[in-house]
Write a protein that binds this ligand. Structure first.
Ligand code: 4EZ
Length: 234
């Protein structure tokens, strides 16, 4: 039976998902809580990892290796870089990079380490499915590059550098690490984010004001994706 992992980084990012599941079981594992449910005949495992690349790596790995999930969907918020992305807009990651991975001192490009690659591509079928879902909902979902790093960006200069090196459209703190895990373990993954701020000097205020409403926008779309995946799986 298909088992879908749905993860976020913060409680606010998964609460709207848990609210849509009638009944779930809480399992404590690896110093975190995982919520298991059956939803329209498929198994779902939901968790928030805590913020950053290390915790999100742990959670993604656990959902795949311990819980046996077959696909992974990430729902959350992000800082917008592309000026076309406004607060509340959705962005689907086509590929992701770690913007704070830096061994350029040895002549390597930003985001690159030997044996790895600067970008990890998300699953094309899930991206296609998201376009179909968006169309059905009469919504627009922008596709783009997401840059991930262990910092809350609130500075134009940092933002400009991320554009310079990665041509990123949005940034956050978990997507690329989840991508690396799923890619290594051959698990199709989909990273969706709704914009909460624009990573400038006002970012922390904007984040506090909009993170909850944007998290709900992302979570609602993810649940439509789940329904669509289930439909295709029947
Ligand atoms: C990280 N997430 C923010 C966590 C902030 C505060 C207690 C998304 C995000 C983000 N990440 C939204 N805006 C961002 C920004 N400007 N820089 C980095 O995934 C925790």
């Amino acid at each position: 039976m298909l088992k879908i992992a749905i993860m976020g980084a913060m409680p606010e990012e998964i609460t709207p998902i848990l609210e849509k599941l009638n009944n779930y079981k809480t399992i404590k594992y690896a110093d975190n809580e995982y919520y298991e449910a059956t939803y329209e005949g498929v198994e779902i495992v939901v968790a928030y990892s805590k913020i950053g690349k290390v915790f999100s790596t742990l959670t993604a790995t656990t959902m795949i290796q311990h819980f046996g999930c077959d696909i992974l969907l990430f729902s959350g918020v992000a800082g917008g870089i592309n000026p076309s992305l406004k607060i509340g807009d959705l962005i689907v990651a086509t590929k992701l990079a770690q913007h704070d991975l830096d061994i350029t001192a040895f002549g390597h490009p930003m985001g690159f380490v030997p044996g790895g690659s600067v970008f990890v591509e998300a699953d094309k079928n899930l991206i296609e499915l998201s376009k179909k879902v968006a169309k059905e909902l009469g919504k627009t979902v922008q596709e783009g590059v997401i840059a991930t790093g262990d910092q809350f960006v609130h500075n134009e200069k940092v933002k400009d550098n991320i554009v310079k090196y990665f041509n990123a459209d949005a940034l956050e703190m978990e997507g690329a690490s989840v991508a690396v895990v799923c890619n290594a373990l051959n698990i199709p993954f989909f990273i969706l984010r709704a914009i909460s701020d624009t990573a400038d000097t006002d970012a922390s205020f904007s984040f506090d004001e909009f993170m909850q409403s944007s998290a709900i926008i992302s979570a609602e779309f993810i649940m439509k994706m789940v329904q669509s995946i289930i439909g295709n799986n029947k």
